[in-house]
Design a binder for this molecule. Structure first.
Ligand SMILES: Nc1ncnc2c1ncn2[C@@H]1O[C@H](COP(=O)(O)OP(=O)(O)OP(=O)(O)O)[C@@H](O)[C@H]1O
Length: 284
């Protein structure tokens, strides 16, 4: 398994993981792969098949968004990649290595920032380094870089209650990126924010993704958010979740917000996704 010591705070990490990463049949480096994955939950009352035969190949540096009706297994899919869940069938492969348990070479951002109230923004970010036993000076330098990148300068010493919801999510994003994970998993990270803040954070995330070169898997309920941010959008069916279609957005990676939303590619992709989700009876 790739450990944090292999990659953390090491500028050369992406190249190293490239050397290790699995090569697919087409010859592209694959950051995340799901091979015919199914997940079945057995509880006392009933069995639930959350995912059924899901296959997906995400290239290094790619941004993939996942949309689908509530309960179709989107969070389950991210947990599989993180190694927090084992598949009932099939396999997840991360950085060329089969996922056999919790992986440390990922960053995870959830809907709620889950910051520690008694720690400042900077010290919440540095928690990642403390938990991983990373060298303190390098971690502080990286935290400062991320604080600048996310526009949190001036708020480093503020406590969570002194930060807006959007700022708290920025802190959570910095914490998830501190150890320079090759793969960032985001589960509805902006779902609790107001529309304007969400828009700002979409623009920032697009820039941060381009600057860091991190592979991103984003679960979202927002079709415009998925299309604005992603190279490809995976549309899933109602439970048991399967891949209905993968939409290639076909936009350049650098995306001015208003111009992107007005583009034919954006309208085409959002229209197609609405059609697919509508056909599944899952979306207005
Ligand atoms: N630990 C668990 N035990 C039993 N069932 C579970 C467990 N985790 C998830 N499920 C079930 O698996 C299905 C998929 O859940 P999951 O949270 O992945 O869906 P989702 O697409 O992320 O939903 P939402 O969009 O509402 O967040 C649901 O029916 C859920 O009830």
């Amino acid at each position: 398994m790739t450990t944090v010591n292999d990659t953390a705070l090491n500028k050369a990490a992406p190249d190293q993981s490239d050397a290790r990463s699995h090569r697919t049949g087409s010859g592209t480096a694959s950051a995340v792969r799901l091979d015919g994955v199914s997940v079945r939950f057995r509880t006392k009352r009933k069995d639930v098949t959350a995912l059924s035969d899901v296959s997906l190949d995400v290239a290094r540096g790619e941004f993939v968004a996942i949309v689908g009706p509530s309960g179709c297994g989107k969070s389950t899919l991210l947990k599989l990649v993180a190694g927090l869940l084992a598949p009932s069938a099939g396999a997840a492969v991360l950085g060329g290595e089969p996922v056999r348990g919790p992986r440390r070479d990922i960053g995870y951002v959830f809907q709620r920032a889950a910051l520690l109230d008694w720690r400042s923004a900077r010290r919440n970010i540095l928690l990642q380094a403390e938990m991983r036993g990373l060298p303190a000076a390098a971690a502080r330098a990286r935290a400062d870089e991320l604080i600048r990148m996310t526009g949190l300068d001036g708020f480093e010493d503020a406590y969570p209650h002194e930060l807006s919801g959007g700022m708290q999510q920025r802190v959570a994003l910095c914490r998830a990126l501190l150890h320079e994970p090759p793969v960032l998993l985001m589960d509805e990270p902006f779902g609790a924010l107001d529309a304007l803040t969400r828009e700002h954070l979409n623009v920032e995330l697009n820039r941060i993704w381009r600057e860091t070169g991190t592979t991103v898997l984003l679960v979202t309920h927002s079709i415009p958010e998925a299309v604005y941010l992603a190279d490809r959008v995976v549309v899933m069916s109602p439970r048991p979740g399967t891949v209905t279609e993968v939409i290639d957005v076909g936009l350049p990676r650098e995306r001015a917000y208003a111009a992107t939303l007005a583009s034919a590619e954006f309208r085409g992709a959002t229209g197609r996704i609405r059609e697919l989700l509508g056909a599944a009876g899952a979306h207005d």
